[in-house]
Design a protein around this ligand. Structure first.
Ligand SMILES: *Cc1c(COP(=O)(O)O)cnc(C)c1O
Length: 228
C-alpha cells in the first residue's frame, strides 16, 4: 500500500537532485505518472500521494480508468499511438495528447474536440534518434507539422515529445536528449509558442532534465514493473 507513495517520493527526490545538479528550478519540471497496465486503484493511490497528471498508452484501457476515476480532479495524457478510429474517444476523454505524428490525426482531434472541454493540449512526437519501428515524425519534418497543428482550432500546441531507444552509455543518452533540446529551441526561434519538452522516463530522467526536459514521464519507477 505504501509502495506507490514511497516510490513517488523517491522519484520526486531524483527530480529535485537532478535539478540542483544542473541549476534548474524543480518547479519547471513536471512529473507525469505513466499508469498504463495498472488499474484505477494504483492511480487512486498515487493521487492520494499528491500526483495529479497521468499518462496512458492504450485508449480503451485509459477511457475505462478515466471514467472509473471521474470523481477525482485528474489530468490525463495520451502518450501512445492514436489510430484514426480512436480519435473521437481521445478528443472526448483526454486533456493532453503528446503523440501527434500525422496531420490527419490532429485534424480529426481538432474536429472532434467538444467545445465545452476547452482546447486539447498537444505535443508533436519526434523520432529524435531515428529509432526503427517507432512512431514520431522525423526531426526535419517537425517544424512543418508543428505549424500546421498550431493553426488548428480546438487544439493548443504545447511542445514536443521524444521516446529515444535506450542508448549505450550515459553520454550517448545525454547527446540524444540534447538533440531534442536543440530542436525544441529551433521551433521556438521559428516563432512557435511552446513550453513543453516531454522527455525522460524511469531510466533516463536525470539526463533528460540536464538537457532541459520540462516533463518527465515515469511508469515503472512509480508503479513497479509491468507484466510484459
Ligand atoms: C511506458 C512509457 C513511459 C514510462 O516508461 P518507464 O520506463 O516505465 O518509466 C513513458 N513514456 C511513454 C511514451 C511510454 O510508453
Amino acid at each position: 500500500m505504501l509502495e506507490i507513495k514511497n516510490n513517488l517520493e523517491s522519484v520526486r527526490r531524483r527530480i529535485a537532485a537532478s535539478c540542483s545538479a544542473c541549476g534548474r528550478d524543480p518547479a519547471h519540471v513536471g512529473l507525469l505518472a505513466v499508469s498504463k497496465t495498472f488499474g484505477p486503484d494504483a492511480v487512486a493511490q498515487a493521487y492520494a500521494a499528491g500526483q495529479l497528471a497521468f499518462g496512458e498508452n492504450y485508449i480503451q484501457e485509459a477511457v475505462e480508468k478515466i471514467q472509473a476515476l471521474a470523481h477525482l480532479p485528474l489530468q490525463w495524457h495520451c502518450i501512445g499511438p492514436v489510430q484514426s478510429n480512436k480519435t473521437r474517444l481521445v478528443a472526448e476523454h483526454f486533456d493532453w495528447v503528446q503523440s501527434i505524428d500525422r496531420l490527419k490525426i490532429a485534424e480529426r482531434l481538432s474536429a472532434q474536440r467538444p467545445t465545452a472541454r476547452g482546447p486539447l493540449q498537444v505535443c508533436i512526437q519526434v523520432n529524435i534518434d531515428r529509432g526503427p519501428s517507432k512512431s514520431g515524425v522525423a526531426a526535419q519534418e517537425a517544424l512543418a507539422l508543428a505549424r500546421a497543428v498550431a493553426a488548428l482550432p480546438g487544439l493548443r500546441l504545447r511542445g514536443i515529445m521524444t521516446i529515444p531507444e535506450p542508448a549505450a552509455s550515459a553520454q550517448a543518452t545525454l547527446a540524444v536528449h540534447r538533440r531534442a533540446e536543440d530542436l525544441f529551441e529551433q521551433l521556438r526561434s521559428a516563432g512557435l509558442d511552446l513550453d513543453t519538452l516531454s522527455m525522460g522516463m524511469s531510466a533516463d530522467l536525470e539526463a533528460a532534465i540536464q538537457a532541459g526536459s520540462t516533463l518527465v514521464r515515469v511508469g515503472s519507477a512509480i508503479f513497479g514493473a509491468r507484466a510484459a
